[in-house]
Design a protein around this ligand. Structure first.
Ligand code: FPP
Ligand code: K
Ligand code: ZN
Length: 501
């Protein structure tokens, strides 16, 4: 297939090189030794010549404001959809809208108060069109509570109503359905458990019937190591992740109940064969699919890595289970330019929610490459660790996408997939989760001794003064559990004192 310049889109010229004249001084400094040939982008020059822009703001790297230098001339449904996406994103990325407040970096400010107000409307009584989402009520609750907590809003006022809601959604046979009288499902149980953990406190934790949960999880455990999403339902990597989250947070005993199908097949416990199941989900592309032999997708990559990080320390289990170089290559291909955001799969479009599904993979990948500090008695060769401040993706690109394209800039607030989409609670939760990951450096505190899932993470604010204003920083999130940092330790400490039944 010949590759030509973008005739179809009538580009002015081909730019193959980065244009260091368009970089902020901080980024210039880091690139000092890299730049040799310099090509000046006419568009940026004219932008800088505009007196309303000059002086007030740093110029934006052309990487985020220009079409890609090489475009395949074959027009397909995929290329047309991609062109349409660029048409909606580029004006926002160029920071030319006079109705939007920009920071010194030319990225919109975070509309924190509007997002809080929006989220509070999604957690109360919802209008009639939401009837179709009735089986997703625990999800709506989790998305709102998690996003509100990341934004720094107080969620304790929802504790009592959450306890009442959760109580009637729990089934006597274990787990939570999407509503009263609905069958228990691993996804709704995951969302409800996380919601209770986010509001926290004994009265919230004690809603959960752990013994019934253990029996129900045992009944979902399959001879191939995976978990069904519900009794008789599909087995996929979401199940592996949701089950590991629930088991580890609630300190569910690992032994299988005698009526478990996995027990009949000779499996030892709830975790037996789970890493092997996850391993079979890695595809020829290097990404992870829902189940063996399906298409790699970012949401499943997160489920796979999250599950493994619960089973053992990432630096041991991830390289042992997955082909990490291939996974890194696939994950890296998810970030697009000029959009800056992530796509979920090959040849598909950027979408704000992958800021979390793909974005949260990075700290886990990074942890998988960290080397534990060498014990004093070990005189062997020093194991090499990667520097913790090394970024595996372009944080600036992701933050620009989120602030420019991922926010609803109207008074409605909330976050969205892309500019042509309306904001919703799901995207508000996961776009904000992605934003906080990009704003923090999370590294594993490693120990060579017995691994327990309550491994510590070291969280440091990622600081680039040009990138976002300090008041736009969110609270940090837990890279495995997707809840605000600190909540996991609280619930694990509580249930650690209640081992058996
Ligand atoms: C494709 O949608 C989406 C998927 C194949 C997977 C979606 C799964 C999740 C978002 C979460 C699973 C995780 C848990 C914890 C339950 P699409 O075709 O509309 O989007 P695309 O074009 O971006 O792939
Ligand atoms: K999508
Ligand atoms: Zn999405």
């Amino acid at each position: 297939m010949p590759v030509t310049t973008s005739l179809a889109r009538a580009r002015r010229k081909v730019v193959f090189k980065r244009t260091p004249t368009t970089l902020s001084s901080a980024r210039m400094a880091t690139m000092e030794n890299r730049a040799t040939d310099i090509a000046v982008d006419e568009e940026v020059v004219s932008h800088l010549a505009d007196p309303s822009v000059r002086g007030s703001r740093l110029p934006i790297d052309a990487l985020y404001t220009s079409e890609p230098p090489i475009i395949d001339p074959l027009v397909t449904a995929t290329s047309t959809a991609q062109d349409r996406t660029l048409d909606q994103c580029l004006p926002l990325l160029k920071a030319a809208d006079s109705n939007i407040e920009y920071n010194a970096n030319g990225a919109p400010r975070l509309h924190r108060e509007r997002h809080i107000k929006y989220l509070e409307t999604t957690i109360g009584n919802l209008p009639a069109p939401y009837v179709g989402a009735d089986a997703s009520r625990p999800w709506c609750i989790y998305w709102a509570l998690n996003a509100l907590s990341l934004l720094g809003a107080d969620v304790s006022k929802f504790r009592e109503s959450l306890i009442a809601t959760a109580t009637h959604m729990q089934n006597k046979t274990g787990g939570f359905g999407g509503g009263f009288g609905q069958t228990s499902h691993l996804a709704t149980t995951y969302a409800m458990v996380l919601s209770l953990v986010i509001v926290g406190g004994e009265s919230a934790y004690e809603v959960i019937d752990r013994r019934a949960m253990w029996k129900w999880l045992s009944s979902l455990k399959q001879p191939d190591g995976g978990f069904q999403m519900s009794l008789g339902g599909e087995v996929d990597v979401r199940g592996a992740y949701c089950a590991a989250v629930i088991i580890s947070l609630l300190n569910i005993p690992l032994n299988l109940s005698s009526d478990s199908p996995a027990s009949a097949a000779g499996l030892a416990d709830l975790y037996t064969g789970l890493a092997g199941y996850v391993q079979r989900c890695q595809t020829f592309e290097g990404g992870i699919s829902a189940k063996p032999d399906a298409e790699a997708h970012g949401a499943y990559a997160f489920c796979a890595l999250g599950c493994l990080a619960i089973l053992d320390a990432p630096h041991r289990i991830i390289p042992r289970t997955l082909n990490v170089p291939r996974l890194i290559s696939w994950l890296s291909s998810r970030q697009y330019a000029p959009e800056g955001g992530f796509s979920g799969r090959t040849n598909k479009l950027v979408d704000g929610c992958y800021s979390h599904w793909v974005g949260a993979c990075w700290p886990l990948i990074q942890a998988s490459l960290q080397a534990p500090s060498q014990p004093a008695h070990d005189s062997g060769p020093q194991r090499e660790s990667i520097p913790e401040f090394l970024s595996f993706y372009d944080r600036e690109g992701l933050i620009r996408y989120i602030m420019s394209c991922g926010q609803d800039h109207s008074s409605k607030g909330g976050m969205r997939d892309k500019p042509s989409h309306r904001s919703d609670a799901y995207h508000t939760c996961y776009v904000l989760s992605g934003l906080t990951s990009a704003q923090h450096v999370v590294s594993a505190v490693l120990a060579e001794d017995e691994y327990v899932a309550n491994m510590a993470w070291k969280v440091s604010p990622y600081s680039d003064p040009q990138l976002f204003d300090e008041q736009d920083r969110l609270n940090p999130t837990d890279p495995v559990y997707a809840i605000p940092q600190g909540k996991r330790e609280e619930v694990m400490t509580y249930f650690l004192s209640k081992p058996g039944f």
